[in-house]
Design a protein around this ligand. Sequence first.
Ligand SMILES: [Zn+2]
Ligand SMILES: [Zn+2]
Length: 420
Amino acid sequence: MTRKEQAFQLLESMKEEIFELGDRLFSAPELGFKEEETARLISSYLTEKGILHEKGLALTGIRARLGDQGYHIGLLADMDALPVQGEEGPLTMHACGHSIQITVMLAVLTVLKKMALMEELPGRISFMAAPAEEYVDLDFRRDLIRAGKIRFPSGKQNMIADGAFDDVDCVLSCHISGSEFFRFDVGSSLAGFSAKKVIFEGRAAHSGVAPHEGINALHAATLCLQAAAFLTQQFPLEAGIRLYPILNEGGVSMNAIPERAVLETYLRANKTEDLFLLQDKFEKAARHSALGLGASCRIEHTIGYLPLKQSDALNEIVYRNMRTLCEEDMIEKNPVSGASGDIGDVAAILPAVQFGFSGSKGRVHSRDFEIADPHRTYMDPARVLLGTLIDLLENPELQVKNPDYLSDKAAYLEGWLLQD
Ligand SMILES: [Zn+2]
Ligand SMILES: [Zn+2]
């Protein structure tokens, strides 16, 4: 029997246990950096399997390791749920399927442990459960940052900054795709984003008696809205620029010239270069809109996530393993997604993949979301991951790394996380 056959047989024998673990995790939805029960479930499962692990990674995250030398593969899974609109008000739910990722990775890790694979082949596997991927509940995160408990808004950003990936060579992850047609997707991009808040300041005056003595901050904000609309035309369509500003404040009284106006917007782009270019162009447009009318402005920047660019080399291996489960036309190749995730940040410094799997029903991020086909949601991605891991460990020539990791990480910290 080959190693893959042995792994799949072990996986199959754990099926009921995997589905049950999946149910338990799905029934414990928690928002980012509040994943206490999820962490407890993961920890007790690992303990039961005799797998050493550490807790408290970026507050609620967990890391477990197998093997102690050689090529180091990170198995990364999200822990958090998100708020959705329920029938009777908002509720917290695993409507992005993150509980599935955790279940799949724990199953994979258990199979590897049972096979004692790391005693046969040199290599290291680190399972990392990462908190807070969904970009929500930001006031809570700002409080945590102020209290010095975390430094950045997302789990993986803190993990990167804390050095959790410093000895890792590559990262494998997967995510529910929500597709009703394709069984898998491979090589998907994700958009990157950041947010800007512009506070325009002018001077109040009586709008009937002496409007000319005022400086209308709303006019400056209006000019900026116009400029933002024009800016999108300075990028090719495939850059995926999405710029939909909202005006939050535009004056308090009709008989006064507004002295303050506030505009907020996400900046989205498919590629990192374009995101930085957009940030720069938008800032210039805002400043000059203010300047042009004699007003001034302050710009507050909030980091989001970098666009995702996956490793082609790793995806080739992933794709080959998907093909053992289905035909070519059941695999969507290189879809362009307008969604975002902090896996984009990880992939900026390490070779990484996040392939998509199916088996859900209802829209992702809505209360209709449900796990309809547990074989597809749990067993499919677990098999793809096991196959990919075994290929990587058996064939050193496939083992990709980033030789410039340290300088890339430094540039990432300075140019992205710590930009002002
Ligand atoms: Zn999501
Ligand atoms: Zn998600």
